[in-house]
Structures are given as C-alpha cells and as structure tokens.
Write a protein that binds this ligand. Structure first.
Ligand code: RTP
Length: 146
C-alpha cells in the first residue's frame, strides 16, 4: 500500500473568520484538489486567550492586537490536514503572507485568490511539524490521529 512508502504528516490549517464567511466552499475545494485528507474539522470562534496563544511569537508587534481581534471576530474553520509533506505543502498552497506578493508570485495560491489584506489573509498554517503537533493538541485535545 502506497502509504507505507509515503508516510503521512499532519498540519493544523485554519480558515480565518472573514474568509470562512465568504469563501469557505472555494477554499475547501482547493484543499481537496491538492490531495489533503481532512482528518479533523470544526467551526469555532477562537477565544482571545486561544488567539494570543496561537500567535505568541508575534506578541509585542504593532499588528498584534489587530491580529487577535481579526482572529476572534467570528467562527474559523479549523482542520487537521493529512498527507505526505503536509506542513510544507499547505504553506505552499496558502501562498505568501501579503496577498499583493501572493498575486505576483503565486497566483494559484489561496491568499492570492481569497485574502482581503495582510491581516485578513484567508488562512493560517503551522510553520513546522513541532508547531503543528502543539496546535493540534491545543485545539483538538489530542495528537493521535488516524
Ligand atoms: P500564519 O502564521 O498565519 O500561518 O501566516 P504566516 O506565517 O504567513 O505569517 P506570520 O509572519 O507568522 O504572521 C502571522 C499573521 O500575522 C499577520 N501579519 N500582519 N501587518 C503586518 O505587517 C502583518 N504581518 C503579519 C498576518 O495575518 C499573518 O498571517
């Protein structure tokens, strides 16, 4: 069976509130077309505490408060995505942080197509496998996914 040769990896992917409201179906279609398995999914508004925890590394930056507000203003679609090389491939599909850059360099990416601006930039994805596992545990309360 192919999975024996291509081990699966998990990442945490999130459709931010603004995009969850306007572009959920289109973004989900791109997720499936790219070959990700949706191992877990829930729709839930992040609490301020969760958003702060999520973006801890950015605490103190000028955009931090706005970022937390934009992440908590409505329900997000939060998913565990699974496939070979999931962390890197999801970041590839998201595209660059700034949608203007995304439109220039990766016009097929989710941010090029659905981001509003650099803050409401449609999606989030774990930056590496370690962050993926800790975010999955934080949000779904477990890390053993079939
Ligand atoms: P993410 O962590 O959300 O997957 O996105 P990323 O790696 O592409 O971006 P990162 O540098 O980690 O920044 C996290 C989020 O902060 C917002 N941001 N705003 N105003 C600004 O200059 C600025 N820079 C970053 C974005 O919403 C970004 O997704």
């Amino acid at each position: 069976e192919l999975q024996f040769f291509f081990p699966r990896e998990h990442t945490l992917a999130l459709i931010k509130p603004d995009a969850a409201k306007k572009h959920k179906d289109d973004i989900m279609q791109k997720v499936k077309d790219a070959g990700f398995v949706i191992s877990k999914i829930k729709e839930e508004a992040l609490t301020r505490e969760m958003a702060i925890q999520f973006y801890k590394d950015h605490e103190g930056k000028p955009f931090f408060n706005q970022l937390v507000t934009c992440m908590t203003e409505g329900p997000s679609v939060i998913m565990v995505l699974t496939k070979e090389n999931a962390v890197e491939d999801w970041r590839q599909l998201m595209g660059p942080t700034d949608p203007e850059v995304a439109k220039e360099t990766s016009p097929e990416s989710i941010r090029a197509q659905f981001a509003q601006d650099i803050l409401s930039n449609a999606v989030h994805g774990s930056s590496d496998r370690e962050h993926a596992l800790s975010s999955i545990e934080c949000i779904f309360g477990e890390i053993d996914i079939n």
